[in-house]
Design a protein around this ligand. Structure first.
Ligand SMILES: CC(C)(COP(=O)(O)OP(=O)(O)OC[C@H]1O[C@@H](n2cnc3c(N)ncnc32)[C@H](O)[C@@H]1OP(=O)(O)O)[C@@H](O)C(=O)NCCC(=O)NCCS
Length: 186
Protein backbone atom coordinates (compact mmCIF):
# COMPACT_ATOMS: atom_id res chain seq x y z
CA UNK A 1 0.00 0.00 0.00
CA UNK A 2 1.53 3.28 -1.10
CA UNK A 3 0.59 6.44 0.80
CA UNK A 4 -0.31 9.82 -0.63
CA UNK A 5 1.81 12.47 1.07
CA UNK A 6 1.34 16.20 1.22
CA UNK A 7 4.28 18.27 0.01
CA UNK A 8 4.78 21.92 0.97
CA UNK A 9 5.45 22.68 -2.67
CA UNK A 10 6.39 21.09 -5.99
CA UNK A 11 8.01 23.15 -8.72
CA UNK A 12 7.85 22.30 -12.40
CA UNK A 13 8.68 24.35 -15.48
CA UNK A 14 6.23 27.24 -15.37
CA UNK A 15 4.09 26.11 -12.44
CA UNK A 16 4.29 25.51 -8.71
CA UNK A 17 1.91 23.27 -6.79
CA UNK A 18 1.58 24.58 -3.23
CA UNK A 19 -0.15 22.72 -0.40
CA UNK A 20 -3.61 24.24 0.07
CA UNK A 21 -4.32 25.95 3.42
CA UNK A 22 -7.28 27.68 5.06
CA UNK A 23 -6.33 31.01 3.51
CA UNK A 24 -7.04 29.57 0.06
CA UNK A 25 -10.74 29.15 0.82
CA UNK A 26 -11.77 32.32 -0.99
CA UNK A 27 -9.82 31.50 -4.16
CA UNK A 28 -11.10 27.91 -4.26
CA UNK A 29 -14.68 28.96 -3.65
CA UNK A 30 -14.47 31.61 -6.37
CA UNK A 31 -13.18 29.04 -8.83
CA UNK A 32 -15.78 26.43 -7.90
CA UNK A 33 -18.55 29.01 -8.18
CA UNK A 34 -17.41 30.19 -11.63
CA UNK A 35 -20.14 29.18 -14.08
CA UNK A 36 -17.53 29.02 -16.84
CA UNK A 37 -15.76 26.23 -14.95
CA UNK A 38 -18.13 24.35 -12.68
CA UNK A 39 -20.56 22.69 -15.10
CA UNK A 40 -19.00 19.24 -14.56
CA UNK A 41 -18.03 19.45 -10.90
CA UNK A 42 -19.77 18.19 -7.83
CA UNK A 43 -21.60 21.05 -6.20
CA UNK A 44 -19.96 22.64 -3.18
CA UNK A 45 -21.48 24.86 -0.52
CA UNK A 46 -21.32 28.57 -1.42
CA UNK A 47 -20.43 29.47 2.18
CA UNK A 48 -16.88 30.56 2.87
CA UNK A 49 -16.93 29.04 6.37
CA UNK A 50 -17.86 25.65 4.89
CA UNK A 51 -14.88 25.86 2.53
CA UNK A 52 -12.61 26.81 5.45
CA UNK A 53 -13.95 23.88 7.46
CA UNK A 54 -13.33 21.56 4.50
CA UNK A 55 -9.72 22.80 4.34
CA UNK A 56 -9.29 22.30 8.10
CA UNK A 57 -10.49 18.70 7.65
CA UNK A 58 -8.10 18.32 4.75
CA UNK A 59 -5.15 19.56 6.86
CA UNK A 60 -5.85 16.80 9.39
CA UNK A 61 -6.24 14.10 6.73
CA UNK A 62 -2.98 12.26 6.10
CA UNK A 63 -4.31 10.47 3.02
CA UNK A 64 -4.69 13.24 0.49
CA UNK A 65 -2.73 16.08 -1.07
CA UNK A 66 -4.56 19.18 -2.29
CA UNK A 67 -2.59 21.77 -4.18
CA UNK A 68 -3.07 25.30 -5.40
CA UNK A 69 -1.60 25.53 -8.90
CA UNK A 70 0.41 28.77 -9.09
CA UNK A 71 2.38 30.55 -11.77
CA UNK A 72 6.11 30.26 -11.01
CA UNK A 73 6.66 33.69 -12.61
CA UNK A 74 4.46 35.79 -10.37
CA UNK A 75 2.93 33.41 -7.82
CA UNK A 76 -0.61 34.08 -9.03
CA UNK A 77 -3.05 31.26 -8.28
CA UNK A 78 -4.14 29.47 -11.45
CA UNK A 79 -6.12 26.50 -10.20
CA UNK A 80 -6.34 23.43 -7.99
CA UNK A 81 -5.58 19.72 -8.18
CA UNK A 82 -5.92 16.92 -5.62
CA UNK A 83 -4.59 13.39 -5.08
CA UNK A 84 -6.79 11.15 -2.90
CA UNK A 85 -8.29 7.67 -2.50
CA UNK A 86 -5.13 5.54 -2.69
CA UNK A 87 -5.98 1.89 -3.41
CA UNK A 88 -2.96 -0.40 -3.31
CA UNK A 89 -0.52 1.21 -5.70
CA UNK A 90 -3.14 3.28 -7.54
CA UNK A 91 -4.08 6.85 -6.64
CA UNK A 92 -7.06 8.92 -7.69
CA UNK A 93 -6.72 12.50 -8.79
CA UNK A 94 -9.24 15.22 -9.44
CA UNK A 95 -10.59 18.55 -8.17
CA UNK A 96 -8.65 19.65 -11.22
CA UNK A 97 -9.56 23.19 -12.24
CA UNK A 98 -7.87 26.13 -13.87
CA UNK A 99 -8.98 29.75 -13.95
CA UNK A 100 -10.24 30.69 -17.42
CA UNK A 101 -7.22 33.00 -17.87
CA UNK A 102 -4.63 30.27 -17.15
CA UNK A 103 -2.04 29.86 -19.90
CA UNK A 104 -2.85 27.02 -22.31
CA UNK A 105 0.10 24.91 -21.17
CA UNK A 106 -1.05 24.86 -17.53
CA UNK A 107 -3.33 21.85 -18.04
CA UNK A 108 -0.70 19.55 -19.49
CA UNK A 109 2.09 20.70 -17.16
CA UNK A 110 -0.05 20.29 -14.03
CA UNK A 111 -1.11 16.79 -15.13
CA UNK A 112 2.52 15.82 -15.80
CA UNK A 113 3.52 17.18 -12.37
CA UNK A 114 0.82 15.14 -10.62
CA UNK A 115 1.94 11.95 -12.36
CA UNK A 116 5.65 12.60 -11.73
CA UNK A 117 5.04 13.30 -8.04
CA UNK A 118 2.83 10.22 -7.66
CA UNK A 119 5.36 7.92 -9.35
CA UNK A 120 8.05 9.37 -7.06
CA UNK A 121 5.86 8.46 -4.05
CA UNK A 122 5.77 4.89 -5.38
CA UNK A 123 2.42 4.74 -7.17
CA UNK A 124 2.22 2.57 -10.29
CA UNK A 125 -1.25 3.46 -11.57
CA UNK A 126 -4.06 5.99 -11.30
CA UNK A 127 -7.84 5.88 -11.39
CA UNK A 128 -10.33 8.72 -11.69
CA UNK A 129 -13.79 9.67 -12.88
CA UNK A 130 -14.89 12.29 -15.36
CA UNK A 131 -18.49 13.41 -15.63
CA UNK A 132 -20.30 12.36 -18.78
CA UNK A 133 -20.45 15.31 -21.13
CA UNK A 134 -17.07 16.69 -20.05
CA UNK A 135 -15.80 15.79 -23.50
CA UNK A 136 -12.66 17.93 -23.60
CA UNK A 137 -11.44 16.50 -20.29
CA UNK A 138 -12.21 12.93 -21.47
CA UNK A 139 -10.18 13.61 -24.59
CA UNK A 140 -7.34 15.05 -22.52
CA UNK A 141 -7.09 11.90 -20.39
CA UNK A 142 -7.46 9.56 -23.36
CA UNK A 143 -4.61 11.36 -25.12
CA UNK A 144 -2.56 10.68 -22.00
CA UNK A 145 -3.25 6.96 -22.30
CA UNK A 146 -6.05 6.54 -19.75
CA UNK A 147 -8.51 3.72 -20.54
CA UNK A 148 -12.25 3.73 -19.96
CA UNK A 149 -12.87 0.94 -17.48
CA UNK A 150 -16.50 1.58 -16.56
CA UNK A 151 -19.32 4.04 -16.41
CA UNK A 152 -22.43 4.83 -14.49
CA UNK A 153 -25.27 7.30 -14.98
CA UNK A 154 -23.12 10.28 -14.14
CA UNK A 155 -19.51 9.39 -14.71
CA UNK A 156 -16.96 7.64 -16.87
CA UNK A 157 -14.34 5.69 -14.92
CA UNK A 158 -10.75 5.73 -16.12
CA UNK A 159 -7.57 3.88 -15.23
CA UNK A 160 -3.99 4.41 -16.37
CA UNK A 161 -1.03 2.15 -15.66
CA UNK A 162 2.61 2.96 -15.08
CA UNK A 163 3.60 2.12 -18.67
CA UNK A 164 1.15 4.62 -20.14
CA UNK A 165 2.07 7.23 -17.52
CA UNK A 166 5.78 6.87 -18.29
CA UNK A 167 5.14 7.02 -22.03
CA UNK A 168 3.23 10.29 -21.60
CA UNK A 169 5.89 11.77 -19.31
CA UNK A 170 8.36 11.04 -22.10
CA UNK A 171 6.14 12.09 -25.01
CA UNK A 172 5.29 15.42 -23.35
CA UNK A 173 8.63 16.07 -21.68
CA UNK A 174 8.99 19.38 -23.48
CA UNK A 175 6.24 20.66 -21.12
CA UNK A 176 8.24 19.59 -18.04
CA UNK A 177 11.82 19.55 -19.30
CA UNK A 178 13.55 19.71 -15.90
CA UNK A 179 11.20 17.35 -14.07
CA UNK A 180 9.98 18.42 -10.63
CA UNK A 181 11.63 19.64 -7.44
CA UNK A 182 9.70 19.00 -4.23
CA UNK A 183 9.75 20.70 -0.86
CA UNK A 184 9.46 18.84 2.43
CA UNK A 185 6.75 16.23 2.84
CA UNK A 186 4.18 17.33 5.38
C1 LIG B 1 -9.86 20.39 -16.49
C2 LIG B 1 -9.11 21.64 -16.90
C3 LIG B 1 -8.18 22.05 -15.78
C4 LIG B 1 -8.29 21.33 -18.15
O1 LIG B 1 -7.70 22.51 -18.61
P1 LIG B 1 -7.91 23.02 -20.12
O2 LIG B 1 -7.07 24.22 -20.29
O3 LIG B 1 -9.37 23.11 -20.42
O4 LIG B 1 -7.29 21.79 -20.94
P2 LIG B 1 -7.26 21.58 -22.51
O5 LIG B 1 -7.60 20.15 -22.75
O6 LIG B 1 -8.04 22.64 -23.22
O7 LIG B 1 -5.73 21.78 -22.81
C5 LIG B 1 -5.12 23.06 -22.72
C6 LIG B 1 -4.18 23.24 -23.89
O8 LIG B 1 -3.23 22.21 -23.90
C7 LIG B 1 -3.26 21.57 -25.16
N1 LIG B 1 -3.12 20.15 -24.94
C8 LIG B 1 -3.95 19.37 -24.24
N2 LIG B 1 -3.52 18.11 -24.27
C9 LIG B 1 -2.41 18.12 -25.03
C10 LIG B 1 -1.53 17.13 -25.45
N3 LIG B 1 -1.70 15.87 -25.07
N4 LIG B 1 -0.48 17.48 -26.22
C11 LIG B 1 -0.29 18.74 -26.58
N5 LIG B 1 -1.11 19.74 -26.23
C12 LIG B 1 -2.15 19.42 -25.46
C13 LIG B 1 -4.64 21.85 -25.72
O9 LIG B 1 -4.63 21.79 -27.13
C14 LIG B 1 -4.91 23.21 -25.21
O10 LIG B 1 -4.27 24.18 -26.03
P3 LIG B 1 -5.15 25.31 -26.76
O11 LIG B 1 -5.83 26.06 -25.65
O12 LIG B 1 -4.14 26.09 -27.49
O13 LIG B 1 -6.11 24.53 -27.60
C15 LIG B 1 -10.09 22.82 -17.24
O14 LIG B 1 -10.83 22.49 -18.39
C16 LIG B 1 -11.06 23.13 -16.15
O15 LIG B 1 -10.77 23.83 -15.19
N6 LIG B 1 -12.30 22.60 -16.30
C17 LIG B 1 -13.36 22.81 -15.35
C18 LIG B 1 -13.28 21.84 -14.24
C19 LIG B 1 -13.33 20.41 -14.69
O16 LIG B 1 -14.17 20.02 -15.49
N7 LIG B 1 -12.40 19.63 -14.16
C20 LIG B 1 -12.24 18.26 -14.49
C21 LIG B 1 -12.90 17.43 -13.49
S1 LIG B 1 -12.61 15.71 -13.86
Amino acid sequence: MVRIRKSAWIEGHRLRLRNAVGGDAEFILGLRQDPARNAHLSITSPRLEDQRAWLAGYAADGDQAYFIIESLDDGLPLGTVRLYDARGDSFCWGSWMLVPAAPPLAAIESALMVYRYALDLGFRAAHFQVQRGNATVCRFHENFGARRVGEDNRQIHYAIDVGAIERSLLRYRRFLPGGIRSGPLI
